[in-house]
Design a protein around this ligand. Structure first.
Ligand code: NDP
Length: 254
């Protein structure tokens, strides 16, 4: 039995920011396996080339640029459209974490967190949407977080940024929905990646995650693929401004 045509994304072109590893790489792999041409992005060209080598060669391209640098983003998106083709799908995934008590958080770290997790989604989203709105269609998925809703000590700036990404998602929906562009969020729970390595290696924290998550385990990057395929597909043509939490149930229970 084949998948329902509503879920068919084959032949689409997708840019996934921050896709040299972790969640972004898994999402790009999932989109490529579903028949998309994918563009991987990150700041390190060598790491990106290695990440691209792990995906089907005929469906993968790379674009090296820093998502916090406005002019570089504008050049990067223009170059992708010229080299690869019109973007149908954008996944704003690039992000980072810095854990420290709020009283000790420096100005510099605050700005880095906000620029990487929030400003980047505005910069890349605006560049892609300028083209998508002109063409009358497009799908944007902003990677939010469990921390778009709840927080724990030591990560207030990250939670502030991810909470803002949720509201940016709704604002993009308000502005770009009338032009045929659907903008939604995907909110991962605790997922094993380089970003969460210190937490995964902390036995006490890992035991807490297992106890606290109805699914009883850490998330895997592959757990997020179904959500992005849905939000990027025609099945989500009337879904706009929503955040889909893929967290093993954590945000729903105390
Ligand atoms: P990783 O640290 O494993 O990967 C981050 C990716 O982003 C890398 O490819 C990195 O490449 C890229 N990146 C970072 N900064 C920039 C930049 N300025 N410009 C371009 N690329 C950049 O993170 P995860 O895979 O864990 O996280 C991915 C997203 O998912 C983030 O938005 C994160 O906040 C979110 N998330 C993660 C959760 C988790 O449990 N892991 C939970 C909830 C949300 P390079 O350094 O080479 O540029």
């Amino acid at each position: 039995m084949t998948a329902h045509p509503l879920f068919d994304v084959s032949g689409r072109t997708a840019l996934v920011t921050g896709s040299s590893r972790g969640i972004g790489h898994a999402l790009a792999r999932g989109l490529a396996e579903a028949g998309c041409t994918v563009v991987l992005n990150g700041r390190d060209g060598a790491r990106l080339a290695e990440a691209a080598a792990a995906l089907p060669a005929d469906r993968v391209h790379t674009a090296v640029f820093d998502v916090t640098d406005g002019p570089a983003v504008a050049r990067g998106v223009a170059d992708i459209e010229e080299r690869v083709g019109p973007l149908d799908i954008l996944v704003n995934n690039a992000g980072m974490q810095l854990r420290a008590p709020l009283l000790e958080f420096t100005d510099e770290d605050w700005h880095r967190i906000l620029q990487t997790n929030l400003t980047s989604a505005f910069l890349v989203g605006r560049e892609a949407a300028r083209r998508m709105t002109a063409r009358g269609h497009g799908k944007i998925v902003n990677i939010c977080s469990l921390q778009s809703e709840v927080v724990r000590p030591g990560i207030a700036p990250y939670a502030a940024a991810k909470g803002a990404v949720k509201m940016l998602t709704k604002g993009m929906c308000a502005d770009w929905g009338p032009y045929g562009v659907q903008v939604n969020g995907l909110g991962p729970g605790y997922v094993e990646t380089e970003l969460t390595r210190p937490l995964v290696e902390d036995e006490e924290f890992t035991a807490w995650v297992r106890r606290r998550t109805p699914a009883g385990r850490w998330g895997r990057t592959a757990d997020l693929v179904g959500g992005v395929l849905f939000l990027a597909s025609p099945a989500a043509d009337f879904v706009n401004g929503q955040v889909l939490y893929v967290d093993g149930g954590m945000t729903s229970v105390l």
